[in-house]
Design a protein. Sequence first.
Length: 345
Amino acid sequence: MLNKLEAIREAGLARISEAGTLESLQEIRRELTGKKSELSDVLKSLGSLEAEMKKTVGMKANEIKNFFADKIEEREGEIVASASVIDGEIDLTLPGIPVAEGALHPITQMCYDLNDAFLSLGFEVYNEDDISSEMFAFDNLNFPADHPARQSMDTYWLEGTEDKSGAERLCLRPHLTGGSVRKLIMDGVPSRFIYPGRVYRNENTDARHERAFFQYEALIVDKDVTFSSGKVMINTILEKVFGRKINVRMREGFFPFTEPGYEIDMECLVCNGKGCRVCNQNGWIEVMPGGVINPNVVRAAGYDPDEYTGFYTNIGLDRLVMMRYGVDDVRFFHSADLRFLKQFK
Ligand SMILES: [Zn+2]
């Protein structure tokens, strides 16, 4: 009888070791330790044995039952550990399921790159509301009362406030510059910050103009900020964004809120300075007007222009994006045409 039990143990162990799946292991468990197993038959037959033998065989049979249970559990662990994550057959010839991937709009990407460049120079980011007022959009910025930009041909005035003036006459901000004074009033000087956002102009659209477009402005106000500090800042920012030295030139320009003001051009990267329709065939493109802050603006913010001065730069994001990718029509970037935008993923 004991020999028979040993034979059952041997055969059982061999079957457990060969089991390849959890299902077959379950089947083997039933066969080895279930009610109809050989082991059960042995236990059932104990009644016909002598007392001493009954005890010995009983103990042995139970020991084997426990032995099987341990070995099955062990094998189960091995099967689970070696099992592939993928259940069933794989057909490698089937086409895959494309993963829908979003991406940053190229203008947003440019904005982020500029943010990185400015933040590395110690600037902070400021956001202003899209709705501004005559006071912030014009009065504070030294715009004369008869400046054409104040007229409805350029600025979108809000219905119901047309007959009011100053802080009560509301408009969609025609430029970001008004926000700079708001920030200076709020947070004091010295200060250096960037304030990107969308601005609105009532203009005809063409290859370089849109009715609503992003602007990106930076202002630094401190004691002893000069024109040359501004020039170094512009060169540094363009170099950081484009990853190489960019040829820049500054021409005299006039803006009510600067004195002196500049038109800052960079060499056209669409044609590499040879001349194309983006740069009006002259090899240079205006990318950022700017200049030294006008003393009247410093006064409007509540500070003494003899003590504090500063430098404005308004960066044309659209133009920089056109330069970065060599795209010659700005309207593509606002078209929401995925066939175009997908190229910049
Ligand atoms: Zn060009």
